[in-house]
Design a protein around this ligand. Structure first.
Ligand code: 5AD
Ligand code: SF4
Length: 425
């Protein structure tokens, strides 16, 4: 979501006449987009701001701005903590960027907007998309769920859905520009409801986007388990363009912890969803988010998370140490888990998952898979990388003319996080 916000802001600046540069020392305006979901991200920004002018060798007079959820939460305090900042724009105010940047250009020393602008949020921005083959499309923003650990409802504001005709017209435009893949975005993407009432459900929207000529792949992230219904699985089963991959954040395998997190599902209810996902006619890859060391999490609760992972056998996970966030309900919980213990649990969990991924990836060896070739391999820049419909990364050697095209590769080797393959056609 943040990454896509940066694309929107960059596009807006380009229409204002700015030219992007890879070299900060050349920049007249440097904007940092920030995340506030865990404390570490917050701290990183302040330490970076402290030495910004020296470490980026900014030219004299260059202006600095802070965007994103941290800007939203900290507001005017940022000017006190970081006097070198000229502009602060919260995560719901990007449509005001032209006016705000104009003020900075006129020499106003401290310009700020952290209003939660709901009306202009879904305006179509000129976007400077980073990947020429895959594009993000925002379909909803914000969240009303108030999980006890999470700042998102405060930083991104209440849940708002974008009108289906705007979503579909952006997707058609992307198809006409040659994009192959669309990723529908929203904090709880499957809670989307058409404000105009034209399209009945998220599952229907998924189908409608996939039917657009020229769009070969559609993904979505992240759905909330409580709104995840068999209708979505049916669409994945029946519409080949909808990728067979689901990221379904669980957060914990213990019903007791889930309750304290205010996740509004139990372990069993989550597993029932996993069950219908696993019974689908097409094999659907599953990934998740997990937090360890939530206040009051006992060793037994933690072991329940491990046993859930053993039961589901995720294709990949994102795992985090619980980070207390001011303003959230859990911030005042008194049974905090010591940092060292959180670290211990995280290491055990990640090692456990590494083994599961190794075992799961082994089954692909010898298989022929279709990939969208997306770029250079991170392992060896002479090689290319692509992703399967299940979002598995395959590195292989092939000509750069394949970039942005579909190719078939045979899997020859594997590691926990990627596969190695050879080009067939
Ligand atoms: N501490 C640790 N992880 C968090 N997440 C959200 N809030 C916190 C927090 N306070 C994780 C959740 C969420 C992902 C985007 O970030 O797992 O799904
Ligand atoms: Fe945060 Fe997701 Fe919970 Fe909303 S549903 S509060 S975004 S973790």
């Amino acid at each position: 979501m943040n990454h896509h916000d940066s694309e929107k802001v960059a596009g807006t600046l380009i229409t204002m006449g700015y030219i992007p540069t890879e070299n900060p020392a050349e920049a007249d305006l440097l904007l940092l987009n920030t995340c506030n979901i865990r404390e570490k991200a917050n701290q990183k920004v302040f330490s970076r701001l402290g030495s910004l002018h020296e470490s980026y060798r900014l030219k004299p007079g260059a202006k600095v701005g802070l965007l994103g959820c941290m800007a939203q939460m900290e507001g005017p305090k940022i000017f006190q903590k970081a006097p070198n900042v000229n502009l602060v724009v919260g995560s719901s105010s990007y449509s005001f960027i032209p006016e705000l940047v104009a003020k900075v250009e006129q020499g106003v020393p401290q310009v700020i907007d952290v209003s939660q602008d709901t009306d202009r949020l879904f305006e179509t921005y000129t976007q400077s998309r980073e990947n020429p083959y895959k594009a993000y499309v925002t379909i909803m923003e914000g969240c009303n769920r108030f999980c006890a650990f999470c700042v998102v409802p405060y930083t991104r504001g209440p849940e708002r859905s974008r009108r289906s005709e705007h979503i579909l017209s952006e997707a058609r435009q992307l198809a006409s520009e040659g994009y192959q893949e669309i990723m529908l975005l929203g904090q709880t993407v499957n809670s989307w409801k058409d404000p105009a009432g034209g399209i009945a459900s998220f599952a229907d929207l998924l189908k409608r986007v996939a039917e657009i000529e020229g769009i070969h792949r559609v993904r979505f992230t992240s759905p909330h388990p409580s709104d995840f219904n068999p209708e979505i699985v049916e669409v994945i089963e029946n519409v080949p363009q909808v990728c067979n991959q689901v990221h379904l954040p669980v957060q914990s395998g213990s019903t007791r912890v889930l309750k304290r997190m205010k996740r509004d599902y139990s372990r069993e209810e989550y597993l029932r969803r996993v069950d219908f996902i696993k019974k689908a006619k097409r094999e659907i890859a599953l990934s998740t988010d997990i937090i360890v060391g939530f206040p009051g999490e006992t060793q037994m609760d933690f072991e329940e998370t491990l046993s859930l992972m053993q039961e589901v056998r995720y294709d990949s996970i994102f795992s985090f140490k619980y980070s207390p966030r001011p303003g959230t309900e859990a911030y005042s919980f008194e049974d905090a888990i010591p940092e060292q213990e959180k670290g211990r649990r995280l290491m055990i969990l990640q090692e456990f998952q590494r083994k599961i991924q190794l075992e799961r990836n082994a089954r692909f060896v010898g298989k022929e898979l279709e990939i969208l070739v997306e770029g250079k391999s991170q392992r060896d820049s002479k090689d290319l990388m692509g992703r399967t419909t299940q979002n598995k990364i395959i590195n292989f050697s092939g000509p750069p003319t394949l970039l942005g095209k579909f190719a078939n590769v045979r899997v020859t080797n594997f590691s926990p996080n990627s596969l190695q393959g050879e080009l067939i056609s």
